[in-house]
Design a protein around this ligand. Sequence first.
Ligand code: FAD
Length: 364
Amino acid sequence: MTETTETDVVILGAGISGSLLALLLGRQGLRVTVVEPKPAVGTKGADFVKPRGLRILAEHGLLDGLGALRRATIEFHHDGVPLLSYDFAEHTGLGYYCVVPYAELVGAVLGACAELSTVDVRFDTTLADVRTEGPVVTGATLSDGTRLTARAFVDSSGSRTPLRELIEPSRRAIGYDHGLWMATVPGTRVRNGLYFSSDRWLAYFYSVTAELTRVFVGLPVELEEPVFLRRSPDLAAKLATFVPDEDALAGLDVAEFERAPVSAFTSAPYHRGNAVLLGGSTFGCHPMTGQGMSYTMEDATVLASVLTEARDARELDGLLERRYEPRRLVHERLVEYGDGLARTYHDRDAYLRAHDAVLHGGDV
Ligand SMILES: Cc1cc2nc3c(=O)[nH]c(=O)nc-3n(C[C@H](O)[C@H](O)[C@H](O)COP(=O)(O)OP(=O)(O)OC[C@H]3O[C@@H](n4cnc5c(N)ncnc54)[C@H](O)[C@@H]3O)c2cc1C
């Protein structure tokens, strides 16, 4: 008979939310098993960590040594004309935000997890099955044959899993009429420039490391195939009509771009019994907010305190209801904000009306 291992919390997904939760729980002495189907942390183009997230990283000793680029402004342009200069020193207490590639950020958190004997991170592994008694998950079997029991099971995978099926959250999905493509090119930029056009294109250029620049291009969905697959019209020539920066456009190669997902959703509830959703399993906001990870890191801290405090299943359910489920209101506001930006960026005045200094910098 296969042996059953007893742990405290099983977490699906070693993304930023799952790995941070594992670290916080592990540091409280809880035994954690993290299940990640990929062989390593992936790249996503989620590079911006804004003040809300930076505070959490600093609080847990994860910011120093991260090698993040510190930035103070984002310059917005519309049809080649300056639209807005968002200054973090003006709008936030911290005064800056950071750019750090997703894989490096998550790698730093997992590196800290590796120092704890109580955290077991398993790559190339999936959740094969869960066992339940009423609303309580009593155990799980992993694809490597390991059988686990735990007090709580957290799904931070952002995908369809047996845990999500148990919770059965209702989802309100939001679709967009533009697609987003991403490339990483050599070169550096001192300022982060975001360019919009009235015909629904956008381009975003920012240094992601000391040697590399990330480029995002957004365009109407009906143009994705002609531009990125058939290469007609010419991408650089089109961008030149609203990006007044020849250096940024020099050497851009369509073949280097890959499609980035652009969608948003809200969901409810976030838990059932001792099965809990986290991060990309609970909400998705338009990438234009640059805030998904920062909010998700806050969620991980709230969930960690609940999981640490709860002494039994009943108390866990109550604490999740009172302290964790209300995070939905914060998420819904962010999703709505991102939606406002995504629907107005082509319209100068409407975008300025939609732009909110507090939500964009997110210090409070
Ligand atoms: C193009 C783009 C740009 C973005 N830019 C930013 C930004 O600049 N700043 C910002 O704050 N946010 C940004 N976001 C949002 C950010 O990516 C999310 O908020 C964040 O990734 C959510 O973290 P997570 O750990 O919950 O999920 P993810 O980062 O999606 O991690 C989920 C993990 O679960 C794993 N997994 C998948 N399936 C399973 C399974 N069945 N079982 C177990 N594990 C599984 C995955 O492999 C992955 O490792 C961006 C999003 C997009 C799409």
